[in-house]
Design a protein around this ligand. Structure first.
Ligand code: NAG
Length: 605
């Protein structure tokens, strides 16, 4: 306990002292006396759509849909058991893995009998933790399944193996150097290795490499990266990465017994695998391309002006969809990154020391990764956004959702929840790319998540701006789960939705080889030009960072209509290599006239 308190002081108290809440927070952290019995809600409360529907015509597609449908929200569960700080859709089983942290020793879902005995926190003091901190949330019936985790996953990272199992990394205290594994089998539960990483990884970013290995960058005071070891192995040392040291912000001065105020602004760096094999790393306002084969920085990109973009100034970033050709791609020559929102560089200082919440950033920068001398192209979002999520939709457009309009990440440091999702039209003309969608009603700020689902909806969960589970405050710990339907799910476009015939389609595909997707269709025939086949890598989402998120737009080689009555055959070209599409499970969508089908899981290796 003494050790724990010391570490808590070192890490947590500097963040809290200024608000004078440390004592109260410590007490509330260890309060075992909560009343949350597990009561997963199974009663979805979808509101039927009663708007008049435009008459379907042959040329109706999502691009020229009635302007009336700007998306729809549904509350699907009142209790996700744990407040979803981290979330990822697991392949094959269609469940979203959600977890928060063990430090609070509380959630809204008690450990069920089959998962007992409880976790022993301190044997001498007889302190136990009898709550779930990770669950599987069924995206169809909203039931919860309990999992048992021992190490602290607070502000951790993760990704999926080639076989679709989870590898999670880092966290707090005994979780910081941990590598943990979770397979998707029915009885599976966490396997944890607390000494597997060389450096502590608290707020680090993990991505998948072309050969299926993982690399992890950063974390608090970890100016390094390392390759995640296989199960049962441990790293002896990490590799120094000065870029993270050089992008860490501090304010010098006298702050209690500290000689500086820790701003950082470079935690949870944005990391994307460029289809040329280099790794794009963005931290604070700078970015580099890094070659993992030589461990060398290849090129530094221009500074993105306007403020800070990484935790706690949490902006958001995606690698924009990668377009491939029907005839195959020897190499991909174009890839772009989008970075949006964030906070002024000293916003965290004002939030923590003065409770003054500065307006979030409103600008986006977009840059080419492969073209030398590329510059950031700037645009303004309709509203400011910090700690939000940016999700790539099956169509290739980008959804900006969740977050706040003022303040920064950290407990109680934000206001003005941004309830209005924004659609970013990737191929739209400059000045015409943003569309505001139907506003939600539930604030989703610090520690909230978004997950792209097989049916093209986006699941939204979490938000906990409190240190612990608290319900008596302005922004209570959020356990409600919603689904958001983007405009392409306009009910009047439903007849355009193709239905993938999973039985009759290729589910394991090979790099550079053609494969077949069969769709049941209401159309007598499909025109190749109206079809896009896209592949989405499920993202590990936490703190506005969606690790490994990636969408590939495949080349459509051919369409053979009516191979069986009402079934059309689409021949698509698989991505050329693991550099373009790291091996593993993807959601495969057939997008027809801008309307995505329900996805099918495919595996590429
Ligand atoms: C980038 O961020 C650093 C650290 O906050 C700041 O000193 C610098 O002025 C910024 N550069 C630009 C061009 O905005």
């Amino acid at each position: 306990m003494a050790v724990m308190f010391k570490v808590l002081c070192f890490y947590v108290l500097p963040l809290l002292f200024v608000s004078g809440q440390a004592q109260q927070i410590l007490e509330s952290s260890f309060n075992q006396d909560a009343n949350g019995n597990p009561q997963p809600q199974t009663d979805p409360t979808a509101v039927p759509d009663v708007k008049p529907k435009p008459k379907p015509g042959n040329d109706v597609g999502a691009e020229n849909a009635e302007p009336g449908f700007t998306g729809k929200w549904e509350l699907v569960s009142d209790n996700s058991g744990v407040s979803a700080m981290h979330a990822i859709l697991l392949p094959k089983i269609n469940k979203v893995l959600m977890y928060d942290a063990t430090i609070w020793r509380i959630s809204k879902f008690a450990l069920p009998p089959e998962k007992r005995p409880c976790h022993v926190v301190d044997a001498a003091k007889k302190i136990e933790d009898c709550w779930c901190h990770s669950v599987l949330f069924d995206i169809d019936n909203y039931q919860l399944k309990a999992l048992k985790i021992e190490t602290d996953t607070w502000c951790s990272s993760g990704g999926l193996t080639v076989d679709g199992n989870l590898v999670g990394t880092g966290g707090f205290m005994n979780g910081a150097n941990t590598v943990r594994f979770l397979d998707t089998c029915d009885k599976c539960d966490w396997r944890e290795y607390p000494t597997a990483l060389a450096d502590p990884r608290w707020y680090a970013t993990q991505i998948t490499l072309p050969d299926g290995r993982f690399i992890i960058f950063g974390g608090r005071d970890a100016f390094s990266y390392e390759y995640i070891p296989l199960e049962g192995q441990a790293n002896k040392k990490s590799i120094f990465f000065p870029f993270l040291r050089d992008t860490s912000d501090n304010i010098q001065g006298n702050f209690g017994n500290q000689k500086f105020f820790r701003l950082e602004n470079n935690l949870y760096p944005f990391v994307h695998l460029s289809p040329d094999g280099n790794i794009f790393v963005f931290a604070n306002n700078r970015s580099i391309l890094f070659n993992p084969n030589t461990d060398k920085v290849v090129r530094e990109l221009p500074v993105l002006t306007g403020g800070a973009r990484n935790y706690p100034a949490s902006g958001m970033s995606v690698l924009l969809p990668i377009r491939l050709h029907a005839r195959g791609n020897a190499e991909v020559k174009s890839a772009e990154v989008l970075v949006c929102g964030g906070a002024q560089w000293d916003a965290f200082f004002y939030a923590e020391t003065k409770k003054e919440l500065l307006p979030a950033l409103r600008d986006c920068g977009r840059i080419h990764l492969i073209k030398a001398n590329a510059q950031w192209k700037k645009e303004l979002m309709p509203s400011p956004r910090v700690m939000a999520d940016m999700m790539i939709l099956p169509t290739g457009d980008v959804l900006m959702i969740n977050g706040a309009q003022a303040g920064t990440s950290a407990w109680g440091d934000a206001e003005e929840p941004n309830l209005v999702p924004v659609l970013y039209k990737t191929k739209g003309k400059k000045g015409n790319r943003f569309q505001e969608l139907t506003a939600g009603t539930i604030p989703r700020m610090y520690h909230s998540v978004a997950v792209v689902l097989p049916d093209g909806k986006v699941l939204v969960a979490g938000s906990n701006t409190n240190d612990g589970y608290r319900y008596d405050v302005k922004y209570p710990t959020e356990l409600r789960v919603e689904k958001f339907s983007p405009p392409y799910l306009d009910p009047s476009l439903a007849q355009l939705r193709q239905e993938i015939n999973v039985e009759k389609s290729d589910k394991v595909i090979t790099y550079g080889k053609q494969f077949t997707v069969n769709v049941g269709s209401k159309e007598l025939e499909l025109n190749r030009n109206d079809i896009k086949v896209t592949m989405y890598a499920p993202a590990f989402t936490t703190h506005g960072v969606s690790m490994n998120q990636r969408l590939l737009m495949l080349g459509t080689v051919d369409v053979i209509n009516n191979v069986w009555p009402g079934i059309h055959s689409i021949i698509a070209m698989a991505p050329p290599s693991g550099t373009v599409a790291p091996p593993g499970y993807y959601l495969l969508y057939v997008v027809y006239k801008g309307v995505p089908s329900v996805a099918m899981w495919i595996q590429i290796k």
